[in-house]
Design a protein around this ligand. Sequence first.
Ligand SMILES: *[C@@H]1O[C@H](CO)[C@@H](O)[C@H](O)[C@H]1NC(C)=O
Ligand SMILES: *[C@@H]1O[C@H](CO)[C@@H](O)[C@H](O)[C@H]1NC(C)=O
Length: 256
Amino acid sequence: MDHKMFSRFACCLVVVWLVSASDESCPELPPVDNSIFVANKMEGKILGTYLCIQGYHLVGEKTLFCNASLEWNGSPPECRFGHCPNPVLANGEFSSLGPVSVNDNITFKCNEHYILKGSSWSQCLEDHTWVPPFPVCKSRHCGPPGNPAHGYFEGGDFSSGSTITYYCEEKYHLVGTQHQQCIDGEWSSAIPVCELIQEAPTPAPQTECEKALESEEVCKAVKKFMQRLQENGLTMEELKYSLEMKKAELAAKMLP
Ligand SMILES: *[C@@H]1O[C@H](CO)[C@@H](O)[C@H](O)[C@H]1NC(C)=O
Ligand SMILES: *[C@@H]1O[C@H](CO)[C@@H](O)[C@H](O)[C@H]1NC(C)=O
């Protein structure tokens, strides 16, 4: 392969082309201060990569490629002062201010009512990145909790440590945790569910007999007795009559 390779120095700028002459079809990119530019061919495409020198970090796209219409797909990045980007931490503070040097180790602290999620420190590495990544400061107060379908909660304080209680509408019962606490920005459990209560079968309406006698047992006995009378083909009147007859018979026998 006929590789053409040249370097150019212009106020800390190094340009390295690792591409054969015939492939050099995209226009030369404008120089970026405090960077090293490397162009090479990968999978048939020409890629241009900017690397910031020690003490500077990159802002923008690190790699550009020369597309089919022989244009770079974006504009060159910038190399800004500080080996790694300036640290950021919303609702908190960190131990260092000003430009960052390689191997700097910064520590993070959150403001009152905020809790730190992630690592409490981070180090600026040789490759211009912070490791581990920056933490975030999360509010220790909870957001308003949701309502389950057919339910609601009582309690208006969502600050850390406070509690709320869930209730269900009539005919629904609660499945899950009824009492919840806000702990460092998170509710202690998931929103409960309100489930429809299965209707119990309604008791059979009272019979005339039960209304009058207020005793199911006695009514059952009476009913059974009446049934037996019917089975024997006797009505109440006939029974009365037969009893009268028996009584008369007995009376007759008693006669001297
Ligand atoms: C190449 O990139 C330029 C600039 O982003 C864009 O305008 C053009 O449409 C691109 N061409 C192709 C073929 O993707
Ligand atoms: C950075 O500083 C913190 C706190 O002083 C320490 O715990 C941690 O180990 C340090 N990290 C490195 C890579 O030195």
